[in-house]
Design a protein around this ligand. Structure first.
Ligand SMILES: C[S@@+](CC[C@H](N)C(=O)[O-])C[C@H]1O[C@@H](n2cnc3c(N)ncnc32)[C@H](O)[C@@H]1O
Length: 428
């Protein structure tokens, strides 16, 4: 919102005519300055990383919840969180809370909101519901009931109704019902933030982008030294690492955010936040990120993704089995998400993990290696001593992020080998 100062004056050449000069003054943009509570959703185990990301962006009163982080900020911060948070899945703006112990109560409370304030008849909407410890037990039925309440209100008012679009709605509404208390939020992200826009979703299931970013951040990689992934698949870990290294906003490629179709959308504010992010990107330096995979087809996919992300000058990938991996520099960081063995024979998967340990020990002296696996049993067959074991979830799969420091030098290696023998069947 802009304040315009109107000045009336008479021109000496046309004294009979009253002139008006409109002077734009303060850009009030009132909604931008309002501090609101926001909630960023994430994976179990990533809450503290996300809390740090938000603090870095200027969020206040940050509170870590389960698979979410609550924080306070204004509209600008909400836009920034969508653009910059690498480990967030969506940014919700809670609007109201009410008791909803049955469908009728829910319907009435939803009808009490003036929906024309939030979207128009021509726009589309969608409702997602999560339920926990409540009288109502069917989330889809709750969503349906809430949809009816909104549609009925529009019908009463305009004799017409807005359409539902579950794919790309103009307004995505979240209902979180816990212990019969409903929190209704608006989803400012739209499609989940892990869908960055550089990868297509038609190939085999690669690691989630937000999770890949969490792995890179957790590794403590210095953003300067060599980083490799010797089973890189579609290249997600490398792409996320390259974006971190070059200070590229993870969601710069996203076509549309939920907030862009909100009634209070401030296009000017968003544009300035987006332009700042582009301005602060770092140029490509010498190549430090390397990936390989046994599958040529997968490497072609990785190259496509890397190109889509504009990182062909930053990452090199090639077809190569990890068994023949050669370290590209004396020291560096390996981050790898090997197969968990769900589709491979158990005998093969044991041998693969054993071989991974051998390659680390023989080829990666001087390196820090991180293995992210959902197969806790076979992870023991790596046979090296872990220096950290971090529990994380890949969707429903309980995983471990395992750190191995592969010392260079005979003394340390000897000590390490003894410890490895002692710890080879350690608890994960
Ligand atoms: C879980 S996927 C990795 C997914 C990857 N992080 C991504 O984002 O696409 C495991 C990968 O290991 C690769 N792989 C299996 N055996 C291998 C081997 N012996 N050497 C190198 N890569 C191998 C597979 O082709 C697959 O792409």
């Amino acid at each position: 919102m802009q304040l315009i100062l109107a000045v009336f004056f008479r021109n000496k050449f046309y004294p009979h005519k009253l002139n008006i000069l409109l002077i734009p003054t303060l850009n009030l943009s009132l909604p931008n300055r309002f501090i609101v509570i926001l909630v960023a959703k994430t994976f179990a185990g990533c809450e503290s990383i996300l809390a740090e990301e938000l603090a870095h962006l200027g969020a206040t009163n940050i509170r870590e919840l389960t698979r979410a982080v609550e924080f306070e900020g204004d509209q600008a911060l909400m836009y920034k969180a969508n653009l910059h948070c690498r480990t967030a899945l969506r940014i919700l703006k809670p609007y109201t809370t009410f008791e909803a112990s049955d469908e009728e109560m829910l319907y009435e409370n939803i009808q009490a909101i003036d929906w024309s304030e939030h979207f128009s008849l021509e726009q589309t909407f969608a409702i997602n519901t999560t339920l926990n410890l409540s009288n109502m037990t069917h989330s889809q039925y709750v969503s349906l009931k809430a949809k009816d309440a909104i549609v009925d209100q529009f019908r009463d008012k305009y004799d017409d109704r807005p359409n539902v679009d579950t794919e790309q709605p103009d307004l995505r509404i979240h209902l979180h019902i816990y212990d019969n208390q409903c929190t209704l939020s608006f989803d400012s992200s739209g499609e989940s933030l892990h869908k960055r826009g550089y990868r297509d979703y038609t190939n085999q299931a690669p690691i989630n982008e937000a999770l890949a970013a969490a792995l890179v951040i957790t590794s403590g990689w210095d953003k300067e030294s060599t980083l490799a992934d010797y089973m890189c698949g579609s290249g997600t870990i490398l792409i996320e690492a390259a974006m971190i290294m070059r200070n590229i906003a993870p969601n710069k490629f996203k076509h549309r955010f939920g907030f862009e179709t909100w009634k209070d959308y401030d296009a000017k504010l968003w544009k300035s936040i987006y332009n700042d992010a582009i301005y602060n990107e770092k140029p490509a330096g010498t190549i430090k990120l390397y990936g390989s995979d046994i599958s040529g087809a997968v490497i072609e996919k990785a190259k496509e993704n890397i190109e889509n992300a504009g990182l062909s000058d930053t990452i090199i990938v090639r077809k190569n089995p990890f068994e023949r991996f050669k370290k590209p520099s004396d020291s560096g960081t390996l981050i790898c998400n090997p197969p968990y063995g769900l589709r491979i024979e158990p005998k093969d998967i044991l041998a693969m993990y054993q071989k991974m340990g051998d390659v680390m020990k023989q080829e990666l002296k001087g390196w820090t290696c991180w293995i992210f696996t959902g197969n806790l049993e076979v992870a023991k067959f790596i046979g090296l001593r872990t220096t950290r074991k971090i529990p994380l979830y890949n969707g429903p799969i309980e995983c471990r992020y395992l750190k191995y420091e592969i010392y260079d030098g005979s003394k340390k290696a000897k000590k390490q080998n003894t410890e490895e023998e002692l710890n080879s069947d350690e608890e994960l």
